[in-house]
Design a protein around this ligand. Sequence first.
Ligand code: IMP
Length: 209
Amino acid sequence: MADKRTIVVVTRNRGKVREFKRIFSEYVPEVQWRFLSAIDLELPEIEETGSTFAENARVKALEGAKYLAGTEYSGYICLGEDSGLEVDKLDGGPGVNSHRFSQSGTDEDNNKLLLELLDGVPWDERTCRYKCAIALADSSGVIAESTGSVEGIVHTELRGTNGFGYDPLFYAVELGKTFGEASDSEKDAISHRRRAIQRLIPAIRCVLL
Ligand code: IMP
């Protein structure tokens, strides 16, 4: 029988899995959550074909659940997440293309390209936001969905080494520092991922507990 305290996070991004672990444990501390990633379960790469974060989150959750149907993890809850950075000056880009923004797609090159494209743009025109969409699914289909966002400014230089991805450039207005400079708990308190999970908690309590 599927263990409802084990959630399969359909992502290869270890930074995201770490954040899910921290935030779930904070909201539902009575449960010893176990998170398995797409890497742990050797799930095949799932193509992000959607034009929105929500569509991609749904596809990841559904495809993950479909794949698990033929394995010992059949029936386990799959969590699909898609997130990224929307920069107003770039007409909402990189958006759903956030992880493959530069040619190499490494965090370093993505940040470098972002700085280049915004070179000379004044602080008040560097507005941006992180967005996150989450979908939970099992073999019967989508169980619950939610979204969250956090406002920021693209900094003019890399600041701090915490977090991952665009965090050293994401100056969180609510914190007065970049996510790269913020501690885990400071980022978790206001992040797009936290806000999306927060909205899912009633469904999680209903379905998983
Ligand atoms: P995907 O959701 O795996 O397609 O990748 C989303 C990309 O958006 C990541 O590779 C990061 O570049 C960026 N991103 C999403 N959330 C965060 C975050 O919390 N911090 C930093 N970068 C993020």
